[in-house]
Design a protein around this ligand. Structure first.
Ligand SMILES: [Zn+2]
Length: 81
């Protein structure tokens, strides 16, 4: 799984709609890629903020993509530190 695929799968992962094999690839990527772990943390934070704003217990289906894109740009995974 690439970082791009990881990011694409985050919503499905949080919704529990990944297949078992996709879920395995997803968690394996987390073990070797700290960039994506940080990204997932930021994603969860954004969702928490969305929950507080919406006062809703469900994961919002309309993830704040603008915010996520901004996070992604600032944390763009790369081979270099
Ligand atoms: Zn990654």
């Amino acid at each position: 799984m690439t970082c791009r695929e990881f990011i694409d799968f985050i919503s499905e992962y949080l919704n529990g709609s990944l297949s078992p094999s996709q879920n395995d690839s997803f968690t394996q990527h987390m073990e070797k890629c700290t960039d994506c772990v940080e990204y997932l943390k930021s994603f969860n934070k954004a969702i928490e903020l969305g929950k507080m704003t919406a006062n809703d217990d469900e994961v919002p289906s309309d993830v704040p993509l603008d915010l996520l894109d901004a996070i992604l740009q600032s944390r763009k995974p790369s081979d270099q530190e």
